[in-house]
Design a protein around this ligand. Sequence first.
Ligand SMILES: O=P(O)(O)O[C@@H]1[C@@H](OP(=O)(O)O)[C@H](OP(=O)(O)O)[C@H](O)[C@H](OP(=O)(O)O)[C@H]1OP(=O)(O)O
Ligand SMILES: Nc1ncnc2c1ncn2[C@@H]1O[C@H](COP(=O)(O)OP(=O)(O)O)[C@@H](O)[C@H]1O
Ligand SMILES: [Mg+2]
Ligand SMILES: [Mg+2]
Length: 339
Amino acid sequence: MRLNDENDEEEGPKTMSHCSIGHLQQEKSFVIVGYALTSKKVESFLKPKLEGLARNKGILFVAIDQNRPLSDQGPFDIVLHKLTGKEWRQILEEYRRTHPEVTVLDPPDAIQHLHNRQSMLQCVADMNLSDPYGKVGVPRQLVIKRDSSSIPDAVTKAGLILPLVAKPLVADGSAKSHELSLAYDEYSLQKLEPPLVLQEFVNHGGVLFKVYIVGEAIKVVRRFSLPDVTKRELSKNAGVFRFPRVSCAAASADDADLDPSVAELPPRPLLERLAKELRRRLGLRLFNLDIIREHGRRDHFYVIDINYFPGYGKMPGYEHIFTDFLLSLVQSRYKKRSV
Ligand SMILES: O=P(O)(O)O[C@@H]1[C@@H](OP(=O)(O)O)[C@H](OP(=O)(O)O)[C@H](O)[C@H](OP(=O)(O)O)[C@H]1OP(=O)(O)O
Ligand SMILES: Nc1ncnc2c1ncn2[C@@H]1O[C@H](COP(=O)(O)OP(=O)(O)O)[C@@H](O)[C@H]1O
Ligand SMILES: [Mg+2]
Ligand SMILES: [Mg+2]
């Protein structure tokens, strides 16, 4: 096996037996990363460039076979995963218990915390981040567990200001969990199916910031988002309108000719503080935040969404950032062991 050979960059995935992985791990001190990802994720994340670069740095990605016991596979240094379901969570928890030497990215219970749009933002609300660089909060929101007929009263009692974004309470990655609506009047919300989160729509100039976090690294990109809703539009419209996944489907807004007051990235020191604190509070190392800036208020930011192991394939330079991160994990384990 050649190491540090530039030609390896474009090589595809390899399937290896338990015995040959063990050999590589010991003989060449390869870092073995087992992965359990959907085929969509494998395609968008595990691109030949990432695998090639990883190989050059001594990292091998090995597919986990879900039909075989996890303990019979590997041995792994790191397990990278994004699959849903209680059964898989239990398998991983058991594996973490019996294999404390393996870094599981990330712990299933910490990921589970993001699968509910209420608990997802609680850490940001609790943090109440405010410093000379700006303020970071969450939009005011209300959870409707059942009984859609109670919505108009509940919205009035909570004093929420229209328009509202209606989001399914569960954010488990299913197509349904991404079906969002914009409501211009509270009566129409009775048509929607709880459990829901009703969140105040914050005008933000139609641009959102995706803040990707990989361990200690942070990368921010701009995406197009929903346009502002004017008072006039609000008074003229009624009803709830389903909207598509604007930020995900739209092309990057990084090169667009935008109003600088809208496009200016959130201050780096503010994001660093936010990311550091969230890493600690959430117990996660791989996630992204959707952040918007209140239109006309330069230093007022809102976190509206947090996603576990997001689409890193769209993050510029992710191959280098991700491989460096994997190496840093192994190095810090090694240091701990030799103390
Ligand atoms: O597939 P992609 O690249 O669009 O990534 C999705 C993310 O897009 P983004 O990184 O924000 O551009 C996407 O982010 P949003 O929720 O759209 O903000 C989710 O993280 C999605 O995962 P899930 O459906 O919530 O489990 C991500 O989907 P998976 O790839 O994890 O299935
Ligand atoms: N409170 C809000 N104010 C303004 N726009 C919002 C708000 N919440 C969501 N959006 C818009 O809706 C999009 C999808 O909402 P989000 O909470 O990120 O759900 P998902 O998990 O499906 O990405 C966001 O990217 C943004 O464009
Ligand atoms: Mg989002
Ligand atoms: Mg999301």
